[in-house]
Design a protein around this ligand. Structure first.
Ligand code: FNU
Length: 238
């Protein structure tokens, strides 16, 4: 039997500001969000079973949805909070419909893009009761081309729309620190640790609340050991 939701969601990370948020607030124990970008149901189960003690949430992106079907959201939500990384970026009505579908399948939060504008982000925020992370500067090299020059504005849009937080690059910790100044006490989740070259300790010291890690865990010879080592690194950096 999975634990009841009220047990799973400790109020550890209770917000201190006045931004409206939903009930489901992720644990903040290991500060690791698993990017579960495997492409089979069996691999998803195997990896999650191995590392669930060392991660606070599971991020699901299109590769796994397309491979295993959307019911994987519900299945994984019985183990950990699920963040749907759909990088939603449409008009407000379509955004609302997408978010409603994700939340109805058990997602605790969603990731959207900010470049569609504040009204589009606000539609996600309303539909997810605040549980939205907005992509700002992307972590890959191409993230410098378009997103970096407008990342400050995207962060301001996230704040104005009442999002829970932003996605910022662990590959450029100095940008994490700079964006923190714009968003105040919103949360920062940081992809780019491991396979993309970023370091967990650098991201946490720069002000990240959580690191997002995919390949460095699920492609490791021993995913559980990889996750445990990252959790140790995070703990030593706080
Ligand atoms: P890994 N991701 C990212 N950079 O990498 N959502 C971003 O700027 C961003 C993301 C996601 O490299 C990416 O889609 F906004 O294997 C993938 O799911 O550790 C994960 O973070 C990184 O995976």
């Amino acid at each position: 039997m999975p634990p009841a939701r009220s047990v799973k969601y400790g109020k550890i990370n209770q917000p201190t500001d006045d931004i409206p948020r939903g009930e489901a607030l992720m644990q903040k124990k290991t500060r690791i969000i698993l990017a579960l970008d495997v492409t089979s149901h069996a691999d998803a189960l195997r990896v999650v079973e191995a590392v669930k003690d060392y991660v606070d949430a599971i991020k699901i992106n299109w590769p796994l949805i397309l491979a295993a079907g959307p019911d994987i959201i519900q299945e994984m939500s019985k183990v950990k909070d699920v963040i749907c990384d759909f990088k939603i970026s449409d008009i407000p009505n379509t955004n609302r419909l997408i978010v409603e579908q994700a939340m109805s399948k058990g997602a605790s939060a969603v990731i959207c893009h900010g470049f569609a504008g504040e009204d589009s982000v606000k539609a996600c925020v309303d539909a997810a009761k605040g549980q939205v992370f907005v992509v700002t500067e992307m972590s890959h090299p191409g993230g410098k081309q378009f997103t970096a020059p407008v990342a400050d504005m995207l962060s301001a849009i996230a704040k104005a729309a009442g999002a829970r937080g932003i996605v910022a690059p662990a590959t450029r910790p100095e940008r994490v620190a700079a964006l923190r100044k714009i968003i105040g006490n919103l949360e920062i989740i940081t992809p780019g640790v491991g396979a993309q070259g970023g370091k967990a300790s650098d991201a946490i010291r720069a002000g990240a609340d959580y690191i997002i890690v995919g390949r460095a865990i699920y492609e490791a010879a021993d995913p559980r050991d990889a996750a445990r080592k990252l959790a140790d690194e995070v703990r030593a950096s706080t």
